[in-house]
Write a protein that binds this ligand. Sequence first.
Ligand code: DP6
Length: 362
Amino acid sequence: MTEENFIPKAYCKTIENGSFSWASPSNIALVKYWGKKDHQIPENPSISFTLDYCKTATTLSFSKKETSEDYAFEIFLDGEKKEDFKPKINTFFKRIEVYLPFLKTYQFKIETSNSFPHSSGIASSASGMSALALCLVSLDNAMSTVKMSQDEFNQKASFLSRLGSGSACRSIEGDLVVWGEHAQINGSSNLFGIKYEHEVHPVFKKFQDTILLVDKGEKQVSSTVGHNLMHDHPFAKRRFEQAHDNISKLMSAFKTGDINTFIDIVESEALTLHAMMMTSMPYFILMKPNTLEIINKIWAYRANSESKICFTLDAGANVHVLYPEREKESALKFIKHELIEHCQNEHYITDQIGFGAKAIIN
Ligand code: DP6
């Protein structure tokens, strides 16, 4: 597969106007993507759980326009016009136009809403970019002479999502998605995410993710800036190799149900991600004191019980608390009694593994 495969061959018809709607979830990486080359190509493979509750619903309405000099679109979040979202969408359109040559020939209205509050500190780029990409591929497919298979559709949606935001390419399917070439995973690609089809022990099915909202403020350093700091990073080479090894270790843990190895890898990946931030130049810290309080309490709880609860972090201060479904009751009790006091306004979101994006039939 190369980029050229995603350039449409021919359109059989033009569609004057209409709309497509998709709901697409967020995802949480177990082995992290941190560092990229040009064209949103990751420096190392990553693997994620797709989420269920945290998602973006987007309706893309379109009508043919007279001239085709530039992109024409308006964007609304919860019914409110968002001028400040426009530059990101403009960059996205520029990157994907070669794969969607109709982009300048339509007037678009993008209406979007998130299941989680915009100011929760939860990045909406994965769910938001993938929801928009899915709407655009629906239009692409509707006009194509040869209709895409389900796999081709998902691949193109993931491929385009990646060009919006790298991690977004892991939101199309579920429950586990791999993005980036890995020697042991057939079909894995740097261009799009694929569903993880290897054996997974039942303990990892319906895994729970309670997201503790430690800091809802705007991040001081964006992911894009952080990725770029991996270019001259003293530990980058070894880190990229480690991600390959960690995926191999996770694969055998998934197969055998070895949850202790799962915990070791997932927590180490979270801390390594933040260690990369702390050791880049310029260096920065996205964790907050409450992030560390929560981590220490999780470790103490695990040491004093049979629990297999663990944590991961994304590029921010919030903590994703992961645990098997069989522990749901006791874990939630622990979270409510001991952890939510470290959240901003005691806010948290309960989520679990999900199975990918869904079309919304209007
Ligand atoms: C820490 O996908 O947000 O969440 O490609 O620049 O949009 P861009 O970056 P983004 O980076 C996500 C980084 C991460 C780890 C991960 O999701 O794998």
